[in-house]
Design a protein around this ligand. Sequence first.
Ligand code: ASP
Length: 443
Amino acid sequence: MGIKVSKFGGSSLADATQFAKVRDILLSDADRRIAVPSAPGKRSSVDIKVTDLFYSCNRLACEGKGIDEVFSKIADRYHGIEQELGLTVDLDAHLEEIRKNIQLGAGADYAASRGEYLNGILLADYLGWDFVDAAKGIFFDEEGKLDSEKTQQVLSALLKEHRYAVVPGFYGCDSHGNVKTFSRGGSDITGAIVARAVGADLYENWTDVSGCLMADPRIVRNPETIRYVTYRELRELSYMGASVLHEDAIFPVRIAGIPTNIRNTNAPEEPGTIIGYEAEDYESKYAITGIAGHKDFAIVTVEKAMMNAELGFGRRVLQVLEEEGVSFEHMPSGIDTMCVVVSEDAIEGKKDRIVHRIHELCAPDAVEIHSGLALIATVGRGMVRSKGISAKLFDALMRAGINVRLIDQGSSELNIIVGVDNLDFENAVRAIYRAFVVKENRW
Ligand code: ASP
């Protein structure tokens, strides 16, 4: 028998109906032994997440104002779940203690973490499972970073004592013994850490979509779901803007060789997306895995005759960016030109200084900054083996009348990045999708 760790997002636990779906899912497979809940999320587009209500309470408390009005909205959310499910837990005692602590200035992290804490208590009661407080097994170091080693040691020992347990997401304990949260969306990280600690066979991440999509649904209508994706591919897709999991949720499971399965709480019959270490072994229906990208990059182009013979030239260009606190995204270069792609935001208000300083340090023939560039990554583990992928991609862009301003094929042969005008971004994504997915389907 294996172990599955199942993390449920905020919309999966937003009310009693969703709790019932979660229980059905958990009880339908005896391998599902650890549940990691988020705080109750939005029940509709106009609803407010409980985490946000907790942050509001903390802000009010910091301003010396009363929190009771906002806190009562939080209490109503949990009471609704408790009453509809007929739970036996002493919810009022928990709520009162939390209300007092927040009003007395327990701080933002404590306040925000209570969303998951309370949901964990309710879920454990509903399932009849043990509640294990994440603050007892997840630790941050002096600098506020996750202390992976200590966490792995303590948490795995702690969870050995429980056959079925609920571990609330989003928080742990700092080096002074206080509650500390991850960044927003951090329950994904808790799930991954817990999966590693128990040596799970699978980390399930239950949400409200049936997996990762091959392209942004705001650009491509009804894009296909990705069935298998490798952790490396996912990293490329997320870096380029695809929002799937919290970035830091990949590391713990990736190093432990545990696959992640993105599933839909509202459609549990669908297999979702598997993110695996060796998905190279999985045949993919398409030559590509996904397309992601975003707008608003700029290219810094530096030209100098015989640049290639000049020792340290590239280093000095990058030094200028470093001095300005700008990190770069890509660096496609020619013989006498060097291009550095940076995000527009990062160089806002610094352009003149950057150009001036490059002149000073590198004595180039010309330096220019072009704005309004969008980058699109076409990602696919199959690229290494297939011929004609780039031909197809550029043919699609040409047919759509799109001018390609930059090309970069990472040495990993995992993706091809093209830079196009911001204005061409959506059309370019659609053209690539059509060429690799829609047309393939017609054969
Ligand atoms: N509740 C937290 C948030 O809203 C963490 C999470 O849901 O993953 O960011």
